[in-house]
Design a protein around this ligand. Structure first.
Ligand SMILES: Nc1ncnc2c1ncn2[C@@H]1O[C@H](COP(=O)(O)OP(=O)(O)OP(=O)(O)O)[C@@H](O)[C@H]1O
Length: 866
């Protein structure tokens, strides 16, 4: 730092008006620039200028807030020096008013300009003060003020310090010596081992004495007003005199502080913080000290929590080690927050906190029954499972996995199990999870690392024995980030999960008390190793009657409550519900049904809120008696009940879904099983002139394609017996003919052998020109010899046929036993034709039967051992 005496500043300076601090010669200050005038100055002088001269600006304190900047230049800070001492100014002020003349400021060198656009455009300048100046004449005010200035701190001014006038010299010499000694005392009170204190000590010796008052003022704690007084002290002697009491005050503050400090801190840590490039503040010091105290209190509180959290020995050791590191870390270190977060998590984890199981099997049965209608098989198995657990008092055993179409209550049964046990419930959605660290957490070395879902779940429930529902385990996917299913293996294996190690925790956590239940739509996509650890419980779709019951017992009351309606205000008769189910929904579960009921409730809620009601109150619940569909025409008492009749449904819902009829040869209805439940499927075939090619469309898998080839071969073999012909009427159906077979819903991949009988029927219809019965649906695998083999998913398929309003289901003979699972009333509504060969299938599929095969083609009595 050089003495300001060596510096010659330009006679014209652009003025930067500051409002937040006072720049003194010899010190450095950061100034935030956001007012229009100052921004202009930075842009046109500092950013465009190329010479050193262009980086010198005049910094003048301005008391006015930048928020209130006006067109008019604010009054600049002006020395209170008697006007007599001010050099007379020629009255040539071209702009600005007279009050801005004689303003005192500090010429400064802009050493750094940093710009930012956030939160609004602004610059931050780093300016080093060079010397004082006085504004002689304001040349212009816009776009930024420029003034003719007079440099005040000059070399010759201080000549008296070293030589010259004996009186001045001796007075200044004495003053500067006293000042130096006091400054030395002040620095002596600080801990010299702190680098900034050591540097200050060196500065005291190396700086010219005349620079000391300004430099020390900018380092100790003084108010802006006091700083302005020092800025005004143009005379050096006056400056020494004004700063001396400030130094003494600072020392008093330090002494007081040292006396009030605790001996522990006093002995070994005599570190008194110093503001970087600024001063020491008694008030500030004590505040920082409080912060330190608070911090150490905070850490010891954390330590107490760690010790009291009952964590196992290994975890405790890790935590104490981390605590030790934390104590040594400055708070500003990014790792401080990481370590602290880790310790907070460790403390919050329920290492030994658990709820007491209150399982009463009888009460559990009542609760399961009251929460869920039907699902008898599932409820029975769940009760068995819970009973065994209670008797053995252990959780070891297979993990239950509920598999079924969406909306059949898998998740809600899981929730009921938690309630019956009196345990906390937590659902972990695994759909789409493709990263191992989702389950097992990230290592703490990664930025933004966090624990996996299992540990997060435990933290959320706050006990170590909750019921965890692993929802949609069939939707886990692999990726470059590892296989989440592999991570789940450890979680679900009772032999291993007592020491599950999350990467973030890096210490084992005992998961053996957690009751895991999984749900899936299909077992096909569950990784085999995972499936092996689970006991699969199929949850089939519901029949229409079951859905009506579920709607009236659970869904409607729930929806009414959700929409602020009471059963006295709305009544949905059973046949209306049945209508919604059969005409507006086609699903295995009840989710769409619930949505439709919700839509009705919303519409009724509007009417009720408006004070409307039905114009006619029908006397019976038959929809046919209702003559009007509008409920919004007449205003009557809002307390009256709103009846929702079938006829009104069209006001609230989309047009009903209608099923098509079979009007062309070459169409047959098959039954398919998908993860969403059973579905009916219209298989279509057409033929055209060609050279005997078979085209298959509809995203078919290999097995399905093979079924199509099998069907064609069987039909060609038996063409004569069934009088199947090609387009020209010839005996080979494929001669000169191309056949196209299409399975609608082309965007959905289909596979499996169960469409075999449908393909045969569809092609038989095409080649014979006869229509297949439009109320028949079929399923079954075929062989080349014309046998019909059993298939899976019979219950869902039959329910789908029933939903679609079909009358007859053709199924393999060996699937007859599966019909027991189907509710009696559904069975009563349908006719089942159990078939063991294709001849029987065709006979049942066509009105009046299909022309039977020759006796030699009839299947042998013992069909197959498959
Ligand atoms: N048998 C039932 N009795 C009462 N309510 C039921 C029954 N089955 C389903 N529900 C209700 O249907 C809604 C959907 O059920 P849930 O969310 O449990 O389906 P899910 O089988 O888990 O579906 P997903 O596979 O899509 O997760 C819930 O409101 C649930 O209470």
């Amino acid at each position: 730092m050089s003495s300001s005496g060596d510096i010659r500043i330009p006679s014209r300076l652009p003025l930067l008006l500051t409002h937040e601090g006072v720049l003194l010669p010899g010190s450095t200050m950061r100034v935030s620039v956001d007012t229009a005038r100052n921004m202009q100055l930075v842009r046109s002088r500092l950013l465009k200028g190329t010479s050193l001269k262009s980086t010198i600006i005049g910094v003048v304190p301005n008391s006015r807030d930048p928020e209130h900047e006006t067109e008019e230049l604010p009054a600049l800070h002006r020395s209170v020096v008697p006007t007599a001492t001010v050099t007379p100014v020629p009255h040539r002020t071209i702009c600005g008013d007279f009050r801005n003349r004689c303003a005192i400021g500090t010429a400064g060198l802009a050493v750094q300009v940093v710009g930012s656009n956030w939160p609004k455009p602004h610059y931050t300048l780093l300016i080093t003060g060079l010397c004082r100046f006085r504004v002689e004449q304001l040349l212009r005010e816009r776009p930024f003020p420029v003034a003719v200035v007079q440099q005040l701190d000059k070399l010759e001014q201080y000549a008296g310090l070293d030589s010259g006038d004996a009186d001045v010299s001796s007075e200044l010499g004495e003053l500067s010596q006293r000042f130096y000694e006091v400054a030395l005392q002040l620095v002596g009170m600080l801990d010299i081992s702190v680098p900034v204190v050591a540097k200050l000590r060196r500065l005291l010796d190396s700086l010219p004495r005349e620079a000391l008052p300004d430099v020390l003022t900018s380092m100790i704690h003084v108010s802006n007003k006091e700083k302005l007084e020092i800025l005004d002290a143009v005379s050096l002697a006056e400056r020494f005199k004004k700063v001396l009491p400030l130094l003494t005050r600072q020392m008093e503050g330090l002494k007081l502080l040292q006396r009030t400090r605790k001996p522990r801190l006093d002995d070994d840590r005599r570190i008194i913080p110093i503001r970087k490039g600024g001063g020491l503040a008694p008030g500030q010091l004590s505040m920082e000290d409080d912060g330190e105290e608070e911090d150490s209190d905070d850490t010891s509180l954390l330590e107490r929590r760690v010790r009291g959290s009952n964590m196992p020995e290994a975890a405790l050791r890790v935590c104490l080690k981390e605590l030790k590191r934390l104590k040594k870390m400055p708070q500003s270190m990014p790792e401080y927050a990481l370590t602290r977060n880790y310790l907070e998590l460790m403390v919050e984890l329920p290492w030994s906190k658990s709820t007491t199981d209150c399982l009463d099997i009888r009460a559990a049965r009542v609760l399961l029954d009251s929460d869920h209608y039907a699902m008898e098989k599932l409820k029975r198995r769940v009760l068995e499972y819970l009973a065994v657990r209670q008797l053995r008092n252990s959780l070891k055993g297979p993990i239950l996995c509920f598999v079924g179409p969406p909306g059949v209550g898998k998740t809600s049964v899981g929730r009921s199990i938690a309630r019956t046990l009196g345990r906390e419930f937590h659902r972990i959605a695994l759909g789409g999870v493709c990263d191992q660290s989702d389950i097992r957490g990230h290592r703490r070395t990664y930025v933004g690392s966090m624990p996996g879902r299992i540990i997060n779940g435990l933290k959320a429930v706050g006990v170590n024995n909750p019921v965890f529902l692993l929802d949609e385990v069939d939707k886990l996917t692999k990726s470059l980030q590892g296989d989440p299913a592999a991570a789940l293996l450890e979680v679900l294996d009772p032999e291993q999960n007592h020491s599950f190690t999350d990467h973030y925790l890096n210490v084992p956590f005992d998961l053996s008390q957690v009751l895991f239940i999984a749900t899936a739509n299909t077992t096909a996509t569950i990784p085999p190793a995972l499936l092996d650890r689970m006991e699969v419980l199929q949850v089939p779709g519901y029949t229409q009657e079951e859905k009506v019951e579920i709607a009236h017992r659970h869904l409607i009351p729930h929806q009414l409550e959700q929409h602020g309606l009471t059963p006295q205000q709305v009544q949905i008769p059973q046949d209306t519900t049945l209508d919604i189910i059969s005409r507006y929904t086609r699903e295995a579960g009840v989710r769409t049904l619930e949505r439709k009921i919700g839509a009705i409730c919303r519409a009724v809620a509007v009417k009720v809120a408006e004070g409307h009601k039905a114009t006619k109150t029908p006397s019976s619940s038959s929809s046919s008696e209702v003559t009007t569909g509008e409920i919004s025409d007449t205003q009557i008492d809002p307390r009256c009940m709103v009846y929702v009749w079938s006829i009104l449904l069209c006001h609230y819902s989309q047009p009903p879904q209608v099923s098509e009829r079979l009007t062309l040869p070459g169409v047959a209805i098959g039954l398919a099983w998908t993860p969403l439940g059973g579905e009916i499927m219209f298989v279509e075939a057409s033929r055209m002139e060609g050279d005997g090619q078979l085209t298959l469309t509809g995203q078919l898998g290999d097995i399905m394609k093979e079924s199509a080839h099998l069907a064609i071969s069987w039909l060609r073999t038996n063409a004569k017996a069934y009088q199947l012909t090609n387009m020209a009427g010839g005996p080979d159906p494929l001669e000169g003919t191309d056949v196209h077979l299409h399975f609608p819903a082309g965007a959905v991949t289909k596979d499996g052998p169960s469409a075999g009988v449908t393909i045969v029927t569809c092609l038989a219809s095409l080649f014979s020109g006869r229509l297949v019965r439009s109320d028949v649906a079929m399923t079954g695998e075929i062989t080349l010899r014309g046998l019909v083999l059993p298939v899976g998913g019979i219950k869902d398929k039959v329910l789908a046929a029933h939903r679609a309003g079909l009358r007859c289901v053709i199924l393999p003979k060996r699937n007859e036993k599966d019909l027991e699972e189907i509710p009696a009333h559904v069975r009563a509504d349908l006719q089942f034709v159990a078939t063991s060969c294709l001849a029987e299938v065709l006979d049942a599929a066509f009105d009046g039967g299909f022309r039977g095969p020759a006796p030699s083609l009839a299947p042998p009595p013992v069909l197959s051992k498959l």
